[in-house]
Each structure stands twice: as structure tokens, then as C-alpha cells.
Write a protein that binds this ligand. Sequence first.
Ligand code: FAQ
Length: 311
Amino acid sequence: MTTVEDHFDATIGGNRRIEPRDWMPDGYRATVIRQIAQHAHSEIIGMQPEGNWITRAPSLRRKAILLAKVQDEAGHGLYLYSAAETLGADRADLTEMLISGRQKYSSIFNYPTLSYADVGVIGWLVDGAAICNQVPLCRSSYGPYARAMIRICKEESFHQRQGYELLLTMMRGSDAQRQMVQDATNRFWWPSLMMFGPPDDASPNTARSMAWGVKRHTNDELRQRFVDMTVPQAAKLGVTLPDPELKWNAGRGHYDFGSIDWEEFAAVVAGNGPCNAQRVAVRRRAHAEGAWVREAASAYAARQAQRKRAA
Ligand code: FAQ
């Protein structure tokens, strides 16, 4: 007799999708909720560093572009919270876990944005790293997550290009503008490499997530892919990546790169990065200020349901 476990294993083994009503092991459900929730939180907190520059954009065109990008990130958060809800997670609980510090969000968003060049570098490097990490997630084994990722990746790809185009424009400008781009690159390069997570031999979740098809590549594989993709882009832009050990290795067919400061990564993930407290405080305040909207929406929905029943 085929059991639900057999069906689950055959679905994973056959590279097909697990859907919300399918039986799944508790560990699979918990893993997928954890990854999707952290991802959703990252998109929502990720609105803050760039949102910081909306009121000071250098032109109306740049302001419109940046507004649209930041709004897209909010949309990504919403698709992802909806995907987590299909597994029985409650959105209010997830938000509570974010603002109480019990769930994580990406380390990268705990660094400050000091000039408008940071907007370009976030598009180029942070969205670039996100694309590297997320394109394979379009083949993740959990159906609603994989489908949300298709839409998200299309938008992230546009974000990456707008960042690169902004930087190309600045590099054609004054010496001061070129210096701003170089400075932003220096500050964001290493934190972008940390986005991929701890090295494989220190990643507690990778092996199981890969066996279940939740992740399709290891953290180190994706980090290497990102470095290989980005080095030629930096050369074309005319900036120097801040790593003296970055060198093409013909034997490996990849770029070698220097050691990542894993102590800094651990400190940022533990809540002690330059902006952690500020990011969470802003999110907490926004949530409190939105309470009346949630109450009004719930009251309206309850009233509509009451009218429907009465009709
Ligand atoms: N920051 O065993 P692993 C974006 C945690 S979205 C903080 O390797 P896993 C769009 C990890 O959660 C960026 N924490 O874990 C945008 C785990 O904690 P736990 C977000 C990190 O899950 C652009 C522990 O360390 N993207 O950028 C980080 O197998 C511009 C052990 O790690 C995603 O979330 C980190 N960097 O692999 C928005 C993509 N790395 O739960 C605005 C989906 C690891 O055991 C502007 N997520 N941790 O306590 C993933 O692919 C995976 O979850 C990884 C981590 C690769 C992040």
C-alpha cells in the first residue's frame, strides 16, 4: 500500500511540487515556513535602506524609479507572506516574530546607506546576489514558494539593471561621483557575499533543505556563481572590488577570492550590526501606526460577511 510518506518521497524524488494540501513531514513544513518567513521579512526590512533616499533623489526620474523599486519590495514581501500562509502560518504571528527579534532577516539590510551611489550599488550587488540565490528557488519543491519566486525574480532582474544603469551614469560624471560609486562598492562588497549565508561546512540547514529540494544549491556554490558573474561587471563599470586576493583561477574555472569576516556576519545576524536596532524599531513603529488600518479592514470584512449572511 502506498503511504502518504511514500507519496511525499516520490514527489520530491521525481522533482515534482509539493502543494498546500499534500501531506508533508512536520520538519519540511517548518523548514519551508522558516525560509519563506525570513525571506519575506528581508523584503520588508529591505525597503528601509533605499527608502531613506526617496525624498532626496537627485531628479524626478530617479525618484519615480526608486519609489517603484521600493514598492516592488513590499509586493515581494506580500507574495511571500501569502505563500507562508498556505502552510498554516499566521501573518500576524510572523510579523510579531520579526519585530520581537525571534525570526531573522537578511544581514545585508543592517548596513547604512550613506550616499545616492548606495542606491545603485544595492541594485547592482544586493539585487544581483538576490537573483543568484533566488533564480534556483523558482524550482524549489514547495509549489506556492516556487511560483512566487518566478514573479519576484523578474522584478529583481529589473532592479539589478536599474542599479547598474545608475552607476554607469555616475561613472560618466565627475571625479566626486566616481569616488562615491567606489566608496559604496567598498562598503557593500563583503556584506553582499555574506548574504549567501555561512560556509557550507557551517550551515546547519543546507543538507536537509537540499535533500528536500527546498534549496537547489549550497551557499558556497551560489556565492561563487555571484563572484564569477560580478567581476566582469565591475571591470566594465570601472570600479575596483575591495579584495586583493580576487584572481582568476584557470584550473578551477572560477575566481578565487579572499576570506569573509565570519565574525562580522555572526555579530550582524545576532542583532549587533550597525543598523539592526534602527531597522527593527522603524518596522515596529510602522506596525503600530498601521493598527487602525488593520482594525478598519477587519471590521469592514466582518460587516460584509454579516450582510451576506443576512441577504
Ligand atoms: N542573514 O543553515 P543556513 C533581497 C541564517 S531578499 C541573516 O545556511 P539556510 C531582495 C539562516 O536563516 C534577501 N541570517 O540557513 C531585496 C539560519 O538561521 P536559522 C533574502 C542568515 O536557510 C533586494 C542560519 O543563519 N533572501 O535581497 C543569513 O539553509 C534589495 C544558518 O544558515 C532570502 O531569504 C543572512 N545573510 O540558508 C530586497 C532568500 N544567511 O533559521 C530589498 C531565501 C543565513 O537556522 C532591496 N533564503 N542566515 O535560525 C535562502 O536562500 C536561505 O534561507 C539562505 C540561508 C541562503 C539565506
